[in-house]
Design a protein around this ligand. Structure first.
Ligand SMILES: *[C@@H]1O[C@H](CO)[C@@H](O)[C@H](O)[C@H]1NC(C)=O
Ligand SMILES: *[C@@H]1O[C@H](CO)[C@@H](O)[C@H](O)[C@H]1NC(C)=O
Ligand SMILES: *[C@@H]1O[C@H](CO)[C@@H](O)[C@H](O)[C@H]1NC(C)=O
Ligand SMILES: *[C@@H]1O[C@H](CO)[C@@H](O)[C@H](O)[C@H]1NC(C)=O
Ligand SMILES: *[C@@H]1O[C@H](CO)[C@@H](O)[C@H](O)[C@H]1NC(C)=O
Length: 188
């Protein structure tokens, strides 16, 4: 009688142990899932290459420059769901002055993929007021420009979970005036 009671208790305890182990295991799986697949990260946006066309500049008199840029933009989406972004504008600045802009057409970067597209930007120094600084920079042979963009959109996970994210781009580059080569393309 006493012996069989003991055996039954032991069997019960084993049963509880299995249940607890099962619950712990499931919790770990859910945690890992929540921390990896379900965690929504902000996609990154950068300039991957810039080509200069029709470059004109003048260092005598009031300094000026103009050119067309073909900028390749890459939207890298590390999420396990796609990132859909709206139409927006990319600005190119010289110092604090916007010297050109280009249209970013709405699009979509698929799950764990990088979406690449080209934007054409017409650049002109018309708005630049600090001619002394510009004159010196043009005479040095290298012109530093900055490319800015802000892609507002939504990351969708498993068709139902949606989260708004804004991916920002801030890249600097140096245009070598004599060769029109772009050096030191560097994004934050
Ligand atoms: C540069 O500017 C000077 C003075 O404004 C002008 O005489 C000259 O024709 C310009 N050169 C070019 C290549 O545009
Ligand atoms: C962007 O333009 C450059 C230069 O014309 C070209 O080499 C590149 O393949 C283009 N990229 C895309 C994504 O179209
Ligand atoms: C411009 O920048 C490039 C790359 O940093 C450098 O090789 C070059 O000597 C600089 N100066 C001129 C005048 O091109
Ligand atoms: C680009 O310039 C326009 C006009 O000044 C401004 O409304 C927009 O916010 C700028 N975009 C970025 C990404 O800086
Ligand atoms: C872009 O990055 C530079 C530093 O790399 C910073 O000084 C500047 O304020 C940034 N511009 C914007 C619009 O965030």
């Amino acid at each position: 009688m006493l012996e069989s009671q003991k055996l039954k208790n032991m069997q019960n305890m084993k049963c509880y142990a299995y249940i607890i182990a099962g619950v712990v295991f499931q919790t770990i799986i859910i945690l890992v899932f929540a921390l990896t697949v379900m965690r929504i990260k902000t996609p990154s946006v950068r300039l991957t290459s810039v080509t200069v066309q029709n470059l004109k500049y003048n260092t005598t008199g009031s300094p000026t420059f103009s050119m067309n840029l073909i900028a390749e933009i890459a939207v890298k989406n590390k999420n396990f769901g796609h990132f859909r972004f709206d139409d927006s504008t990319t600005n190119v600045t010289y110092g604090d002055v916007i010297v050109g802009d280009g249209d970013i057409i709405k699009g979509r970067a698929n799950a764990r993929k990088t979406k690449r597209f080209n934007v054409t930007i017409d650049i002109s120094s018309n708005g630049v007021t600090d001619s002394a600084k510009l004159s010196n920079e043009l005479k040095s042979g290298n012109l530093t420009l900055t490319g800015l963009a802000s892609l507002r959109g939504k990351v969708t996970l498993m068709k139902v979970m949606k989260k708004r994210k804004t991916a920002k781009m801030n890249c600097t580059m140096t245009v070598q005036l004599e060769t029109t080569a772009v050096h030191n393309l560097d994004c934050e």
